[in-house]
Design a protein around this ligand. Structure first.
Ligand code: ADP
Ligand code: MG
Length: 303
């Protein structure tokens, strides 16, 4: 769906995105992870032509974006950033309806879409559609920003550190909502963050950037595997890399088959990290899984 082909950007003689080649498959959520200044936003903005590459190209659904007018291009790409940028004098419904109205949708279709989107982002329509932006909390405003980005049903969403300004609890709620919405809508999402916990929670695939270069790309389990390079080790922390790695592995993968022994039972989709945390909490070294038993020694071996 999105393909960067040796995409390159230079500012004043400095190469800030350096020949990045990366493919994001339709329906995947790809997280671009890297320290501040590593070139994540610049790379992402090449997709909707807010940044034009100096060399290389960006393909969207098989077409070079350079051949599509920026306005037309952006109608097919939702864009969500940290400062939501809602129009302050417009009600929530009008903010969400911006693009559908530009596209000439009929009034009834627009209102139905607004209500469906409010439901999707977890805000009751009758309570929120007539509010003004100053009557929203930060988390609610960010949910409206997401609804607005999804309004014309674009196949692709670009999200640039959208939750970075929110309190941890609110942020976790938005992350969980995004995962659900991604599952329900099947959008292709490119998501920028510098937060490793957020990256691991959201990513189908992780693309790690450093100094304008793509230094690792794959599933979280692949990127955090035993051959993780120095940049990945530094980002995730040498001491905590193994712990993060457990979060990418299903508990069932390390269980010994046979009758379930030990208590309490783990949910079938639990990760080894959740299993280890449950063992610490319960003071036990074995857990029952459907179809087997998980021993502490097996978790240590997997880490
Ligand atoms: P990230 O999103 O990973 O924090 P950015 O893509 O925003 O990084 O920036 C990468 C580098 O490019 C930074 O050093 C930044 O200062 C520089 N940069 C970004 N945009 C511009 C610009 N318009 N002019 C000059 N330098 C820029
Ligand atoms: Mg950025």
């Amino acid at each position: 769906m999105i393909r960067f082909d040796r995409a390159t950007k230079r500012y004043g003689g400095r190469t800030v995105v350096d020949a990045v080649s990366l493919e994001v498959r339709a329906g995947h959520l790809c997280v671009l992870l890297g320290e501040s200044g590593s070139g994540k936003s610049t790379l992402m903005r090449m997709v909707n032509r807010m940044v034009e590459p100096d060399a290389g190209r960006v393909m969207l659904g098989g077409r070079d974006v350079a051949g599509v007018g920026p306005e037309q291009l952006r109608h097919g790409i939702g864009y969500v950033i940290q400062s939501v940028g809602l129009f302050p004098h417009w009600r929530v419904a009008d903010n969400i309806a911006t693009v559908p109205r530009l596209l000439g949708w009929e009034t009834a279709r627009v209102s139905a879409r607004v209500d469906a989107l409010l439901e999707l982002v977890g805000l009751p329509p009758e309570e929120f559609r007539s509010r003004y932006p100053h009557e929203l909390s930060g988390g609610q405003a960010q949910r409206i920003g997401l609804a607005r980005a999804l309004a014309a049903d674009p196949p692709v969403l670009l999200m640039d550190e959208p939750f970075s300004a929110l309190d941890p609890g609110i942020r976790r709620g938005l992350q969980t909502a995004l995962r659900r919405i991604h599952g329900e809508t099947g959008k292709t999402i490119l998501f920028v963050t510098h937060d490793v916990e957020e990256a691991l929670l959201l990513a189908d695939e992780l693309a790690v950037m450093q100094d304008g270069r793509l230094v690792a790309h794959g599933t979280p389990a692949e990127v955090l595997g035993r051959d993780a390079g120095p940049v990945v080790r530094r980002l995730f922390g040498d001491a905590t890399l193994a712990f993060h790695r457990l979060g990418t592995l299903p508990a069932a993968s390390a269980a010994r088959p046979g009758p379930a022994d030990g208590t309490p039972a783990l949910p079938p989709d639990a990760t080894l990290k959740q299993a280890l945390m449950l063992m610490l909490e319960q003071g036990t070294d074995r857990l029952a899984l459907p179809g087997g038993t998980l021993h502490l020694a097996d978790i240590l071996a997997a880490a």
